[in-house]
Design a binder for this molecule. Structure first.
Ligand SMILES: [Zn+2]
Length: 167
């Protein structure tokens, strides 16, 4: 009986960057603030507020891309992923769906069978949502909303002869 199926495993990894301020505003990223502190019109999605990219996020994204042998693009852009979720008052998330900052890299890992290269599909920058607090009552905290300078690393296909780590 021939091989009819191939196991394909994909990973999507989110990394929170160690910046002092959020990705699109000057609010602090300090952990553990009281609910809805460290917020402003931008990260709470107030009408008319405009995001401005944190330069440090861009620098970190490029550094990670270079460390993972990616091509760093000269042209990338952000997109709005529109959806409703209680901890995201903007009703959209700013991400890089179509033109991410880094593409086509690889990392080398040690396995029992020797070294193996894991391909990296892409690295992109995006903001994080807030969080829901389930205590005596339901609470929405926007401390981390639009906030944390999160870079999303996507991974795909780590299996068989073809291995890709899409960051
Ligand atoms: Zn803010």
């Amino acid at each position: 009986m021939g091989k009819r199926y191939e196991t394909v495993i994909g990973l999507e990894v989110h990394v929170e960057l160690a910046t002092k301020t959020k990705i699109f505003c000057g609010c602090s990223t300090a952990f553990g603030g009281a609910p809805n502190t460290h917020t402003c019109p931008v990260c709470t999605g107030m009408p008319g507020s405009l995001p401005v990219l944190n330069k440090k996020v861009l620098e970190y994204a490029v550094a990670v891309g270079l460390a993972m042998n990616c091509t760093v693009t000269r042209y990338c852009k952000f997109d709005r992923k529109n959806y409703f979720y209680p901890d995201n008052p903007q009703n959209y998330q700013i991400s890089q769906l179509y033109l991410p900052i880094c593409r086509d890299g690889c990392v080398e890992i040690e396995t029992a069978a020797g070294k193996k290269q894991i391909g990296i599909h892409e690295i992109h920058m995006e903001e994080d949502a807030g969080k829901l607090v389930h205590d005596d009552w339901e609470e929405v905290s926007l401390v981390e909303s639009g906030v944390k300078v999160v870079r999303k690393l996507r991974t795909e296909r780590i299996a068989g002869d073809r291995s890709y780590l899409n960051l």
